[in-house]
Design a protein around this ligand. Structure first.
Ligand code: NAD
Length: 261
């Protein structure tokens, strides 16, 4: 329970990696603000699950990560609810797969807003709260695509490379304030985000579902296995520990060897 007394905001935590990170932080004792979309009953169940499973405080913000004022409002809501924001996990993200010449401009704008600009707005609002307490952990769920590219993912790859640069920059700015800023870069993790891009990839590359899974997704990962959400969450919890105090400005791969090739 090393995170007892700390408060965390995890964006995009009604599903997938974000929910796993939020639950792992709560298991370690942190109060948690969930964020993201979904059916009201499912969100209420996620909040109640964190409260009853781990005995911490938990709330939900419905802030839309495309809206800077709502992002600032989420950090303010968390500060009011928990008296602090000690941990910020920029995790909300969306994907769209298409050749660049037919990539819809509104999809480009949406992906840049959610996967990159939202992290800027959240960091901007949370850093003063962390500085006031002399301690903080900022983690952004980047991707192997923050280090290498794949065709047909122009907006996603651009946003994730940008997230790495943003994270390094803020790490330098807050280095003497007890605040670390890092990226976690998973390879393919089996979540709705990956499942939902299979039909688009089938269309873009003219492949079957099995071919997309084995020849495109797992082809990238030398271990030939999907990363598990619990494995990503465990790395996030480690980055929040005192043992990780000197890890800052890093972009840590958890990708089955993908970016070693
Ligand atoms: P997911 O689709 O399961 O979850 C995405 C979350 O973001 C959901 O909670 C959703 O409600 C939320 N969200 C979407 N748009 C939002 C908005 N406008 N405002 C607020 N919340 C919004 O996806 P996931 O696979 O768990 O992905 C989480 C993060 O991990 C993303 O940043 C993604 O790019 C990154 N990532 C995923 C993989 C993978 O293989 N799944 C690999 C590398 C990186």
């Amino acid at each position: 329970m090393s995170l007892k007394g700390k408060a965390a905001v995890v964006t995009g935590s009604t599903s997938g990696i974000g929910l796993a990170i939020a639950r792992a932080l709560a298991k370690d004792g942190a109060d948690v603000m969930l964020n993201g979309f979904g059916k009201p009953d499912d969100i209420a169940a996620a909040v109640a699950g964190v409260q009853s499973d781990f005995g911490v405080r938990c709330a939900h913000s419905d802030a839309d990560m495309t809206k800077p004022d709502e992002i600032a409002g989420m950090i303010a809501q968390a500060t009011k609810t928990f008296d602090a924001v000690d941990i910020l996990v920029n995790n909300a993200g969306v994907q769209f797969v298409s050749p660049v010449e037919s990539f819809p401009p509104q999809k480009w704008d949406q992906i840049l807003a959610i996967n990159l600009s939202a992290a800027f707005h959240a960091m901007s609002a949370a850093v003063p709260v962390m500085k006031a307490r002399g301690w903080g952990r900022i983690i952004s769920t980047a991707s192997a695509h923050s280090k290498v590219a794949s065709p047909f993912k122009s907006a996603y790859v651009a946003a994730k490379h940008g997230l790495d640069g943003l994270s390094k920059t803020v790490a330098l700015e807050v280095a003497t304030h007890g605040i670390t800023v890092n990226c976690i870069s998973p390879g393919y993790v089996w979540t709705p985000l990956v499942e939902n891009q299979i039909p688009e990839t089938m269309a873009a590359r003219g492949l079957t579902r099995e071919q997309v899974i084995n020849d495109v997704l797992l082809e990238a990962q030398p271990t030939k296995q999907f990363v598990k959400v619990e494995e990503v969450a465990a790395l996030a919890v480690f980055l929040c520990s005192d043992a990780a105090a000197q890890i800052t400005g890093a972009n840590l791969s958890i990708d089955g060897g993908w970016t070693a090739e």
